[in-house]
Ligand binder design. Structure first.
Ligand SMILES: [Zn+2]
Ligand SMILES: [Zn+2]
Length: 294
């Protein structure tokens, strides 16, 4: 292990993190982090600001993202590293994904309004400060006194089968790998033990690897040594780079502090090598699938 911390999984206000990118980088520096990746959900909006702050502090910065995908087994998050994130086609795809989510939020508010529930879209957007999700609509419902708690707001209005439920724009893990690869990034499955778990992963990995999957998040926030060993075995078996990070969103949101889970320097070296090797290849372009009709 190194005498400095490495954190390859963090969030800022560009998605659902609490700190602005520049502040997050400062906090990371204070926590001893010297290699940092910013991995906001479906957005690289915070990357330029974070990169500049990192340069000033002497932190090695990796532009990243975390793309939310859905499968029949549940949600799967795909991290992407060393993205050529300024590519227009890549940004266009991300905008479409975020717009779809925002429209989803907007539609939920419309449905609620139609039923005489007076919450305002502007307020939901304010609460979100970035990508709008159901929790923000729930928050607005609680704030306006239509539910006692977020849980109740979901149960009464927002869950599947409820009056204001609106289907979501779905991306598969395969789509996310293709999208990240199209921007010359390295796709890495985030917190693989949340879902789908090792058995389903083993079935999926051959196809995902063929599409360009580069790594598996092994050294993750709350994972134990036994869980790491299990994931390391899987990573070796499929020649995937074991990566790691805190999944920091701000104080009190996730249990692991910035740089709080040790990540070996070898993870970074291997990612750098893989990124360099791929930078000479021309990746296939990416086309977004149609939104789910569900
Ligand atoms: Zn995640
Ligand atoms: Zn995350």
């Amino acid at each position: 292990m190194t005498d400095y911390a490495i954190d390859l999984h963090t969030h800022s206000t560009a998605s659902d993190g609490l700190y602005a990118p520049q502040v997050l980088v400062q906090k990371a520096y204070e926590a001893g982090v010297r290699v940092l990746a910013l991995t906001d959900h479906d957005s690289t909006e915070g990357v330029a600001e974070a990169a500049e702050a990192a340069t000033q502090l002497g932190i090695d910065f990796i532009p990243g993202i975390e793309i939310n995908t859905e499968t029949s087994a549940g949600e799967v998050h795909m991290l992407g590293y060393f993205l050529h994130y300024q590519q227009e086609a890549f940004q266009q795809a991300l905008r479409t994904l975020r717009d779809a989510r925002q429209r989803r939020g907007q539609r939920m508010v419309e449905l609620l309004n139609e039923q005489g529930i007076a919450i305002r879209w502007e307020r939901v957007r304010e609460l979100a400060q970035g990508a709008v999700g159901r929790p923000h609509v729930a928050q607005a419902l609680v704030e306006a006194g239509y539910a006692q708690s977020i849980e109740e707001a979901f149960a009464r209005y927002l869950s599947k089968g409820c009056p204001a439920y609106v289907p979501r724009y779905k991306l598969s893990p395969q789509d996310a790998v293709r999208l990240i690869v199209s921007a010359r990034g390295l796709p890495v499955i985030a917190h693989p033990l949340e879902l789908p778990g090792p058995e389903i992963l083993r079935q999926w990995l051959p196809e995902l690897c063929a599409l360009g999957l580069a790594g598996l998040e092994v050294y993750y926030g709350p994972y134990t040594a036994e869980q790491e060993t299990l994931l390391l075995t899987l990573a070796r078996q499929f020649d995937l780079i074991p990566t790691g990070g805190s999944d920091y969103h701000g104080p009190g949101i996730h249990p692991t502090p910035l740089g709080g889970h040790p990540v070996p320097a070898e993870s970074v070296t291997r990612l750098q090598e893989a990124a360099a090797a791929r930078s000479h290849q021309t990746p296939p372009p990416f086309t977004l699938p149609e939104p789910a009709a569900e």
